[in-house]
Design a protein. Sequence first.
Length: 378
Amino acid sequence: MKFAILESVVTPGGHEIDYDRILVEELTALGHSVEFYVPEDHEFKWNYGVPVHHLPGKGVSYAGARGLKKLCLAAKREYNRRRWCNKMYEYSLEKRFDAIIFPSATYRYLRGLQSTKLLKTSIPVIYIIHGLTPKETTNLFEQAKKISNKPNIKIAVQTFAPEALKTNLSNLSYFPPPAYIPRDIENQQCITYNETLKLGFFGQYRKEKNLDAFLDAYFSCKFEHPVKLIVQGATQTPADAEDFVRIINKYVGHAEKIEFIHKPLIGKEWQEGISSIDAIVMPYSNPRYRYHTSAMLSTAIGFYKPIIIEENINPEVLEKFKIGITFDHSDTSSLKKALEQFVNTFAKQKNSYEQELHRANEMFRPQGLAKNIVGLTL
């Protein structure tokens, strides 16, 4: 089959890039072909090695927008999205491809779809949803019900907790998120442990991640082994960049215990960064992290990195796989205790973590995503 991926994320971070790589490389490995359809001004930060076609209409970013400006941008984004759907329908009539994938959709995509010609498609159109909050679940089910008589519109929800999203709607399906694995360096399927244990705080930096509180806890810990923290942050707004620089300046003079990387890491550089640490710390908490699938958690699994994680982040994973330690963000002493316990017992728990990570990788193999997508077209 030939799959068309309609990618419209304007400011893709490492995980959006890697997710598209999974789609391209794993579908290709199954014997299918893939090509991209993107907004007219879209520029990829990665060369996927497949054809790229541009659609009329520019991508729209909300970065830094507030109030009326954000509402105007939302309307423009919706208008362009409908234009793209109509164009993809025309292309489908020309038999340019056999199926369409929207790799990071929301219920708004389905709402907009209903005003486009693509609703009449005779080929599979797959909308992938990366987890759902309770409110988003209600909204998605409402839109899905309206198009339940359109068998070629497929809604695929990636979730660690499918049992919490039960529905009798036939156009919804559920499957687990894929693990993000190293694709440009050697995939060492084992846990690393050097004389100095390296903890990593990696990914997009936002104020809401409350890095200050985490660093306060880290510097107050009593570790029985040498420890160093690597903090990588990619910032997208001036406010986040300013805040991250403030934190970096605060810890000047502590190079033996902490190192900062203030830039996005993509491709091989990202993979080498993750591979250079021994464990990943995820100390942030927000209600949506309970429901949306955490790409950083999937990275920890795919790179065989044990984790110290806030208990609200996809708790189903730690319930099934003992790959680290959780803590309660509402208890100021809980994080400190978790850090000390993790570090001071790491050598003893290393083999157990490794066995559990092997189990997790079996369940979340990236090939599974491609097979699930192909299954929706049958």
